[in-house]
Design a protein. Structure first.
Length: 119
């Protein structure tokens, strides 16, 4: 069984920082793209940031210059450093990964971690 476990969410004041982590475990051959999505109350889930296995990144316009995605392939872990947080960043943040197993590729989601930014 393959799973993603997130950590690092919480409550922070506007202008503050948080670092999210997401670790993959299970029978994994390799992990291709890893990403962070977020979903605010009443809104659709949206991509915040994505990173390829080789380290190429892309970001939503709303987080560019404030968020940094990175990964440690040896630890099968992806991170999201969030700086200069704004109340509109409040959402449940979900980790996502394209994982390759002996049985074939699988898209996996984490359970989500709440990030709340107070004004």
């Amino acid at each position: 069984q393959v799973q993603l476990v997130e950590s690092g969410g919480g409550l922070v004041q506007a202008g503050g920082s948080l670092r999210l982590s997401c670790a993959a475990s299970g029978s994994i051959l390799t992990i291709n793209d890893m990403a962070w999505y977020r979903q605010a109350p009443g809104q659709q889930r949206e991509l915040a940031a994505r990173i390829t296995r080789g380290g190429r990144t892309n970001y939503a316009e709303s987080v560019k210059g404030r968020f940094t995605i990175s990964r440690d392939n040896a630890k099968k872990t992806v991170y999201l450093q969030m700086n200069s947080l704004k109340p509109e960043d409040t959402a449940v943040y979900y980790c996502n990964a394209e994982i390759y197993r002996l049985a074939g590729p699988l898209e996996v989601w984490g359970q989500g971690t709440q990030v709340t930014v107070s004004s």
